[in-house]
Ligand binder design. Sequence first.
Ligand code: SF4
Length: 263
Amino acid sequence: MRLLHKIYNELLFNEDKALPMRKIPIGISSCLIGHPVRYDGSHKSNTTIIGTLGHYFEFHPFCPEVGIGLGIPRTPIHLVNKNNDIRCIDTENPEKDLTDSLRNYAFQQKQLHQNLFGYILKNDSPSCGMEKVKVYENSTPHRKGTGIYAKEMMRITPLLPVENEGRLDDPLLRGNFIQRVHVLYRWKKMLLEELSINCLIQFHNRYKHIISHGDYRELRQMLTTIDQKNIEQTAAQYILQLMMILKNANQPNTSAFFKEIPC
Ligand code: SF4
């Protein structure tokens, strides 16, 4: 906890020591913070998330199944492969297909999601699961699916750092998630203040320590072609690629947190 706190102090106080520490808003599956919204009326309160990340993040809960009007309690749903089309089906009524409703709900939340800086999803859920969710093929489950709502949410907001609750038990993956949230937070803050060639180059220099030399050079190359006409398009490509690189790194470069950051 002390290490995490130190990282956060670096992240949030570095630019202006006078700023009060503020929590960064992130989305979360409602059941993980104790809301009794699961199909059987229970919750899956996650003490690691609430007890550690809750000190630094402001949680914005979403329950897509309740959001589309399913009751509590309700019949469980699951993913079924129908001719290579993954559908979300009621386990007791195979005629009841909730796929489109869950996708539409993710689309309806787009505006709210765009104001977030990260999202933590519940494991194994046919709605919220990020990966390895059971998909039934001829009544046999295969762990290769993504929850319908989660998949649509990630497609609509590709910049958003997303993590699965189970993976956050791993300190390296947790650090990686925190780092990605922080980078997106700083990016949006920069956009709100000013988008200029100089700001972009300063932003890039700030984060050169958290990516490999090869990735740093590739992104730097992208910025050398920038001018006032293409600045918005280049900036969008730049941040998409940087967030992808950080996601694939799967661990934080903690040495970067404690370096003196130029600005
Ligand atoms: S839909 Fe998501 S938030 Fe709602 S109970 Fe299931 S996993 Fe939790």
